[in-house]
Design a protein around this ligand. Structure first.
Ligand code: RVP
Length: 501
């Protein structure tokens, strides 16, 4: 006879946190959201890689490119660059994140001296930057010949076909800094010389970066930025259990800090084979997460196989129709609660703590706190990040409101067959995801700040100021269908609509 779980499987909205004692020290400013990303042994002082906020972005075309990765790393989280693209393109995205040192920006607007004022204006219109590097070959790393800023021309007094060489600030008049300059030194040069932009050049006088006065101030605003020892942002990358022998070396070479096997169902021998390949070739130096699983057995299999973290969740993603098409999955809360218990059991047995990631189905900010309280070490979010300026997709006006596109990796649009493949023909046999719109929500920074302030406030209500204590001390209650109704506004007529997530 088949096995029947004694309880129905539940999801986040069916639970509430019951407050604990709030002492004087329980204020949001005192809350640390630092959390382990990869496994560590009991007694090790520091986890090899920790996140400063418990958020990672989903391994999806519509979510995690290099722009979003930099924006999220600035806040203290991490992106997994999507793997459903060519190995070269994925490695290039990783490389771009790793080369964008905090405060050091690769020049986005570049022309040769033969270009015209019209070209400068067109470039400014296209990408919004007023500083244009003039290089020998119009590349961001070409030999530096000059600089054009809005101080160098006046549209009302100059013909637009005048060549750049006639009005640019030429190389000999530019103040530059050498390759080894630190951000602090660059900032001093900027202030001493009243500059807006400082070009950093190598010993062949090729442009490497700009340091902008405004970015230095911004950098100061990101005290939690997730960086490596060389002050480069951390970035993850998705891999699959098909082409890992080629993809993994390319991503490691490009500088990926951590990998994650991206699969809709991860309790499989293919995941073990992928991890075996990595361990044979790199030992423990390359970190790799695995998943997704929804029960104790799945977790133990992947932990034993050597996964650095394990992702939890099948069918709960906002764009996911796996439960409808295949009839597999489990309520996200029930899956998480069982896997968290399995992680703690495994830690007791082996002394190895394998962090778990709750992947998919976070709709409201309070779901984040619930997931952490239920034992998640960090959260993977797709829909949440897809709504922001920094996500890779188009922003459109639909029915009078701004939306962003958001599609599943199992949709026909993404055609990420490797994520769903179980052997057989190399194609997407049927769709497990939809192509959709999500409400546009503005900048990543503003939204993450707001969401996490809510998480911190709730933690204070629960009498805790860090995630491990939340996991240990939280009190959770299932709520009845009737009390869910009681939880929203009721028996009143709204004067205004609104309210956030
Ligand atoms: P959500 O945050 O609810 O949008 O869910 C994102 C998660 O959904 C991803 O991290 C992934 O696990 C899952 N996903 C991605 N594509 C699909 C699909 O097409 N079914 N599902």
């Amino acid at each position: 006879m088949a096995f029947y779980y004694p309880e129905p499987s539940h999801t986040f909205s069916e639970y509430l946190l019951v407050p604990g004692f709030t002492s004087e020290e329980c204020i949001p400013d005192n809350v640390s959201l630092k959390t382990p990303l990869v496994k560590y042994r009991k007694g090790e002082e520091d986890c090899p890689i920790s996140l400063n906020i418990p958020m990672v972005s989903a391994i999806m075309q519509a979510v995690s490119n290099d722009t979003l990765a930099v924006a999220l790393a600035k806040e203290g989280g991490l992106s997994f660059i999507y793997g459903s693209q060519s190995i070269e393109d994925e490695a290039a995205m990783v490389r771009r994140v790793k080369s964008s040192k905090a405060g050091f920006v690769i020049s986005a607007s570049n022309l040769t001296p033969d270009a015209t004022l019209a070209d400068v204006l067109a470039l400014k219109e296209k990408n919004g930057f007023s500083t244009v590097a003039i290089t020998e070959d119009a590349t961001p790393t070409g030999k530096l010949l000059g600089l054009v800023t809005s101080r160098d021309y006046r549209i009302t007094r100059m013909s637009t076909d005048i060549p750049v060489r006639e009005f640019m600030t030429p190389r000999e008049k530019l103040i530059t800094a050498p390759a080894a300059t630190t951000l602090k030194e660059a900032n001093d040069i900027i202030w001493d010389n009243k500059l807006n932009a400082l070009p950093v050049v190598d010993d062949q006088d090729h442009l490497m970066y700009f340091v902008f006065r405004k970015d230095y101030a911004e950098h100061k605003e990101h005290p939690l930025a997730l960086q490596d020892a060389d002050k480069r942002y951390l970035v993850g990358a998705g891999i699959n259990s098909k082409d890992y022998a080629e993809r993994v070396p390319a991503l490691v070479e490009a500088g990926a800090d951590v990998l994650c096997i991206d699969s809709s169902e991860g309790y499989s021998v293919w995941q073990k084979k992928t991890i075996d390949f990595i361990r044979e070739k790199y030992g423990d130096t390359v970190k790799v997460g695995a998943g997704n699983v929804v029960d104790r057995e799945g977790f133990r299999y992947l932990a034993r196989a050597g996964a650095d973290f394990v992702k939890v969740g099948i069918g709960g993603g906002s764009i996911c129709i796996t439960r409808e098409t295949k009839g597999i999955g489990r309520g996200q809360a029930s899956a998480l609660i069982e896997v968290a218990a399995a992680r703690d059991e495994y830690y007791k047995e082996t002394g190895v703590y394998v962090p778990i990631c709750s992947d998919g189905g976070i709709v409201f900010d309070f779901h984040m706190t619930l997931a952490l309280a239920m034992g998640a070490d960090f959260l993977m979010l797709g829909r949440y990040f897809a709504r922001f300026d920094e996500s890779p997709t188009n922003k459109l006006m639909v029915n009078g409101a701004y939306v962003k596109e958001y599609w599943g990796e199992g949709s026909n649009r993404a055609r990420n067959w490797q994520r769903y493949d179980l052997g057989g023909k190399n194609d997407l046999a049927f769709e497990e995801g939809v192509d959709s719109y999500v409400a546009y929500a503005g900048s990543l920074h503003d939204n993450v700040e707001k969401s996490l302030y809510k998480v911190k406030s709730t933690m204070c209500n629960c009498g805790v100021i860090n995630i491990p204590d939340l996991q240990k001390n939280a009190k959770l209650t299932l709520v009845s269908a009737t009390s869910i109704v009681e939880g929203g506004y009721h028996d009143v007529t709204l004067r205004t609509t609104g309210g956030g997530q």
